[in-house]
Ligand binder design. Structure first.
Ligand code: KIV
Ligand code: ZN
Length: 528
């Protein structure tokens, strides 16, 4: 049995070894069913990740769609500090497309991969070991024509025969890979086993000391963060992760959990990251808003209850000394006590200061729109909390450049009335006004949208929650739609629950338009 030891790998006691944080929220995260993001949303997330100190941003899979190509190109241009990475299978067309998308990046990285496990090689690729080794050599060499920073991944590495995995990594390094990623693609591994795989590669593969080893772990058994940390302890110096742990199936390792585990337990894990942890909470909220995936209340670090203490014993201990039950301070991850700050008399200056304090930077036109919405909200709602302002601004950003917009809505319901909704939608600049009945007011609204903008998507989920406490709280509505196997989640908030429902449905439709042009990455083949 190998003992997991903080001093293995390159770590030397007393000094903190840097760990590179590779964020794949925009690529693996976006592969989650229902997590489609618009172009503007991707840019907004990328800018926030860059500002937060992420070292490498995987911005997309350029060959998978024109939208992904555009997102990678634009993110490559706007990101100031981080390396920007594009994913490519082993085929030359994929790699050339990734190289093309990354042209404007200050620090471009191509991430190319091929499956190496027996089950994937046989059933997915229909390739033997020699053909896979050849493809690794050719793909990494091809990628090196575009950039000196080439990452190679062995898809399904943790179910790969160890000798063959060593051979694959040897060929990748020999061909010029600078980062070797070891994905636990199906979330099957355990901390000890993952530790051993990384250790084996570092010990057995020639020139392993010339490259950076990277972890990439899925969370099917709930072990993604534990496995990633085991990889770090075994000598990996890059961790691939996503905000809120979103990703295929049960998701990827959660960035915020890895970063905070390394920060809080420096005593046994002597590593550092470049992440400004006070931005974690905001990053989590943004990704949750954009994807429409709520963060579970008890989620570590960013869950609503992560820092609340309900039981009397805990509260008593906390009042005597916070260290009795708190291993990190809420402020360290950007959580501040809910504050009642702005009201209907607050002006532009106070609103701008508030946005700055909450970490938003907006262009003048967007600021004016947000300010107008804030004034409308303050007219309707006595207390305007930080959460209200964040919901309002995130909505504003999401609605920015939509193809379909709600111009007006009027709903009637109550006893003795057949619920009905009158609505005007603007679709690509053209107005369409309709009136529809329904089983209830929400059904009437959704029928009206279907009539004004005919589509075949079906409703999978409709969920309402309150942004803050009180009967005048804004309602936050999530709507999930499905069309031909593609799912998207729209989100919106408003003090009027029915208006929020209409906005959320239309937000989902706009996302569906984005997703329609995108082919599922899994459906692509490996052909050159
Ligand atoms: O999980 C996985 O294997 C991946 C690869 C493309 C790196 O996401
Ligand atoms: Zn993955």
């Amino acid at each position: 049995m190998t003992r997991i030891d903080a001093n293995s790998g390159n770590a030397t006691s007393g000094s903190l070894q840097p760990i590179q944080i590779f964020d794949t929220t925009l690529r693996d995260g976006e592969q989650s069913p229902g997590a489609a993001m618009t172009h503007e949303e991707k840019l907004q997330i990328a800018e926030l990740l860059d500002e937060m100190g992420v070292d490498i941003i995987e911005a997309g899979f350029p060959i998978s769609s024109a939208g992904d190509f555009k997102a990678v190109s634009e993110i490559a241009r706007v990101v100031k500090r981080a390396s920007v990475c594009g994913l490519a299978r082993a085929g030359f067309k994929d790699i050339d497309r990734a190289g093309e998308a990354l042209k404007g990046a200050r620090r471009p990285r191509i991430h190319t991969f091929i499956s190496t496990s027996p089950v994937h090689m046989k059933h997915k690729l229909n390739m033997g070991e020699n053909a896979v080794l050849e493809a690794i050599g050719a793909s990494v060499t091809r990628a090196r024509n575009f950039t000196s920073d080439v990452e190679w991944s062995a898809e399904d590495a943790t179910r790969t025969v160890p000798d063959f995995l060593c051979k694959c990594v040897e060929v990748a390094i020999h061909s010029g890979a600078t980062v070797i990623n070891v994905p636990d693609t199906v979330g099957y591994s355990t901390p000890q086993e993952y530790f051993q795989i990384i250790t084996m590669l570092r010990e057995r593969v020639p020139n392993a000391d010339k490259v950076i080893f990277s972890t990439h772990v899925h969370n099917d058994l709930g072990l993604a963060v534990a496995n990633s940390l085991a990889g770090v302890l075994a000598g990996a110096r890059q961790v691939e992760c996503t905000i809120n742990g979103i990703g295929e199936r049960a998701g990827n390792a959660a960035l915020e959990e890895i970063v905070m585990a390394l920060k809080v337990r420096k005593d046994i894990m002597p590593f550092s990251t470049n992440i400004n942890t006070t931005m974690l909470s905001r990053a989590s909220k943004l990704v949750s808003n954009v994807t429409g995936f709520p963060v579970q209340y008890n989620k570590a670090i960013v869950g609503k209850n992560a820092f609340s203490h309900e039981s009397g014993i805990h509260q008593d201990g906390m009042l005597k000394n916070v260290e009795t039950y708190e291993i990190m301070r809420p402020e360290d991850v950007g959580v501040h006590a809910t504050s009642l700050m702005l009201g209907k008399l607050s002006g532009r200056h106070a609103f701008r200061d508030k946005l700055q304090a909450l970490g938003y930077v907006m262009e003048e036109a967007a600021f004016e729109d947000a300010f107008k919405r804030f004034k409308d909200l303050a007219d309707k709602k006595k207390h305007v909390f930080d959460e209200d302002i964040m919901a309002l601004v995130d909505d504003e950003i999401m609605r920015g450049k939509d193809t379909i917009a709600v111009k007006s809505i009027r709903v009637e319901s109550g006893t003795g009335i057949k619920p009905n909704a009158s609505m005007t939608l603007v679709v690509s600049g053209e107005e369409s006004s309709v009136k529809c009945e329904g089983d209830g007011p929400v059904d009437a609204i959704f029928n009206a949208i279907r009539q004004a903008y005919p589509h075949t998507a079906t409703l999978q989920l409709f969920q309402i929650s309150a942004v803050t406490e009180g009967t005048d709280a804004q309602a936050q509505v999530s709507v999930r739609l499905e069309e031909n196997g593609r799912t998207v989640t729209g989100k919106a908030s408003d003090t009027d629950t029915m208006a929020a429902a209409a906005y959320a449905y239309v937000n989902a439709l706009n996302k569906l338009l984005v997703k329609r042009e995108k082919q599922a990455p899994e459906a692509l083949t490996v052909a050159r």
